[in-house]
Design a protein around this ligand. Structure first.
Ligand SMILES: *Cc1c(COP(=O)(O)O)cnc(C)c1O
Length: 440
């Protein structure tokens, strides 16, 4: 048994945080509601490691939920950011780094034009507004278990039956915000065909994660994204590929590098965030020039932002992407493969049912047997076992995502020592999880 690490400092901060912030956190998944216990308050981070306020070190397998592709506090990225800060932090005028970051995104992806915003939520919200403005239609199609930020119209759950309109997924979203949203089961071509047959003339856009990562990694079945592209084109609807998580992370070209770049199709619009901000608030949407030209001030679809494309975030993003070459993606693959092999060995030895799914350099672990094709499959996990796994890993110095429905992220800074720390922690944690799980 590993001794729980002291965390009185985090405990005290969590008490103070709860007194002034709902649930003590500024984004729900940071809380430990799904696994129990006290979230660790992190004081600093370096490379692959987090240090909490009590002085405990952890190998970081969250990487800020994706952005920290090169690892924390990368010296060259920090030097560029510090130099940018010294020149002033925001001017409310166009700047050179915005142009350079847009050029870098255009170089790596099939988009012709890019507009910067400050969060992934803003990117998907704006892409949908643009799609509606461009097509003159209202209906949006999305898939269950795909997350596109906390946009009202996209916080929707499937209605009763296929091809019926959705119901709000949370209090505070009026039915009027979701009754133009269709929610379909992922990887289900028949459901897509039926929805377009019934509502095709009203559909402005279909939005989908390039490879869903917000229910764990659930890859598109071969040809699924190409099928969606084709279905949208035939109906005069736009295909929006949400690459906020996969962009510049799954491959150098994002999720599109796994299928579209090979099969020869392009989305009409794409959304980006996370990695492209290098740990700062920056996101973007982009796409076909003729669609993007409908945005103000070129066109009449309104969209704006005080800090959009600010010089610090764009400098950080550019500094990150310029260093994200083939060797970085090769390193992520190698580190991920080593950890995946360790998981397979440890979980098998402990008799813990599991399935690992991957998309390029990204992977996630489901605590269940058998293929996971959609949200219903992903939901059938042993959450008690995950809570035990999470805490055993934490006590052994590894910070996993505090939810069974997330990717495990590595960075270019996950070196042999960091990976070995994870490998050493896995066998004991797997036994603890098996003992706590449904099959115990
Ligand atoms: C994280 C995420 C978003 C939302 O981005 P925020 O910056 O958190 O608003 C949207 N889409 C996908 C696929 C994401 O993973």
């Amino acid at each position: 048994m590993v001794t729980p690490r002291p965390h009185a400092g985090s405990g005290a901060l969590f008490e103070r945080a709860r007194a002034v912030t709902p649930g003590g956190v500024n984004s729900p998944v940071r809380a430990f509601n799904a696994v129990g216990g006290t979230p660790r308050f992190i004081r600093s981070a370096q490379g692959a490691w987090l240090t909490d306020v009590d002085g405990n070190d952890y190998v970081d397998l969250i990487c800020s939920w994706g952005p920290m592709l090169l690892g924390h506090a990368h010296p060259e990225v920090l030097a560029e950011v510090n130099a940018a800060v010294a020149r002033g932090t925001s001017y409310g005028t166009p700047t050179e780094p915005e142009v350079e970051l847009a050029e870098e995104i255009v170089r790596r992806t099939p988009v012709d034009r890019v507009r910067f915003v400050s969060s992934g939520t803003e990117a998907t919200m704006s892409a949908i507004r643009l799609a509606r403005g461009f097509t003159g239609r209202d209906v949006i199609v999305k898939f269950a278990g795909n997350y596109h930020g906390h946009v009202d119209a996209l916080l929707a759950q499937a209605g009763s039956g296929l091809a019926t309109f959705a119901v709000p997924g949370t209090p505070g979203v009026p039915t009027s915000a979701t009754d133009l949203t269709l929610v379909l089961p992922y990887n289900d071509r028949a459901a897509v065909t039926a929805a377009f047959a019934e509502h095709g003339q009203r559909i402005a856009a279909l939005i989908v994660e390039a490879t869903p990562g917000n229910m764990g990694i659930v890859p598109p079945e071969p040809g699924f994204n190409a099928f969606l592209t084709e279905t949208c084109r035939s109906a005069g609807a736009l295909f929006i590929s949400d690459e906020v998580m996969t962009g510049f992370r799954a491959t150098a070209q994002g999720g599109w590098g796994l299928d579209g770049a090979v099969e020869g199709w392009t989305p009409d619009l794409m959304t980006f965030g996370k990695v492209m901000g290098g740990g700062f608030p920056a996101a973007a949407f982009g796409g076909r020039a003729d669609v993007m030209s409908h945005l103000s001030p070129e066109g009449n679809v309104y969209q704006a932002g005080t800090l959009s494309g600010n010089p610090i975030a764009t400098t950080a993003g550019l500094a990150t992407l310029r260093r994200a070459g083939d060797e970085v993606y090769a390193h992520l693959t190698a580190a991920g493969n080593a950890i995946k092999a360790g998981i397979t060995d440890a979980f098998t030895a402990a008799g813990l049912p599991h399935r690992i799914q991957s998309a390029g350099t990204m992977f996630s672990v489901f605590l269940r047997d058998g293929e996971v094709r959609n949200f219903a499959d992903a939901s059938a996990q042993d959450e008690k076992a995950y809570a035990a796994l999470f805490h055993a890993m934490l006590d052994a110095g590894v910070y996993l995502p505090p939810s069974a429905y997330e990717c495990w992220f590595v960075s270019a800074a996950h070196d042999d020592r960091a990976v070995q720390t994870v490998l050493d922690a896995l066998p004991g944690a797997a036994r603890a999880a098996a003992a706590a799980g449904e099959n115990a």
